[in-house]
Design a protein around this ligand. Structure first.
Ligand SMILES: [Ca+2]
Ligand SMILES: [Ca+2]
Length: 169
């Protein structure tokens, strides 16, 4: 008499286990299929001045300061083009990131010689425009904020200069 009773008990136990396994699988699957975090990309647009000698081949780096956080200082900006030439735009896009910086209130621009034996150059920066976009794995790309950070002057060399930014949109 005890044997059939034990078998039934085992069967009930197995059913409980498989229900637990299913529940665990559901817990793992649900968040990953529902995962769709918004990502942000910060795109900068440097405008170099129109005057003689406004352009430079020296090293330019930038970081963004937001009310909720800052980016790291960028690498030296060097696109395939001759960057930061007279009356041209130079673009640098920060890597796509998960955290939103909040309202951007300033930028730090680092401007240094491109080598220990290179003659220091001058560089006239008109402004840096910033465009913030969302890109939910490419599906919801849109511009959510734009800023203008104005210099309208020579950028001091061998140092980092902070420029305030105005939100445009
Ligand atoms: Ca250049
Ligand atoms: Ca270049």
């Amino acid at each position: 008499m005890p044997r059939p009773f034990q078998r039934r008990g085992t069967a009930v136990g197995a059913a409980v286990v498989s229900a637990t396994v299913l529940a665990a699988v559901a817990l793992v699957v649900t968040p990953s299929t529902a995962y769709a975090a918004t990502t942000y990309q910060y795109r900068t647009d440097f405008l170099t001045g129109t005057g003689d000698g406004a352009g430079t081949d020296d090293n330019v780096q930038i970081r963004l300061l937001g009310v909720n956080g800052n980016t790291a200082m960028s690498p030296v900006i060097d696109t395939p083009a001759d960057d930061f030439e007279q009356f041209t735009h130079t673009y640098y896009n920060f890597p796509v990131q998960l955290n939103h910086l909040g309202e951007i209130w300033a930028i730090d621009v680092r401007y240094t010689d491109d080598g220990p034996f290179a003659a220091p150059e001058k560089w006239w920066l008109v402004s840096v425009k910033i465009k913030v976009t969302t890109s939910n794995h490419g599906a919801d790309y849109r511009v959510i904020e734009t800023y203008d950070c104005i210099s309208n002057n020579w950028v001091p060399g061998q140092t980092t200069t902070r420029y305030p930014c105005d939100r445009l949109t």
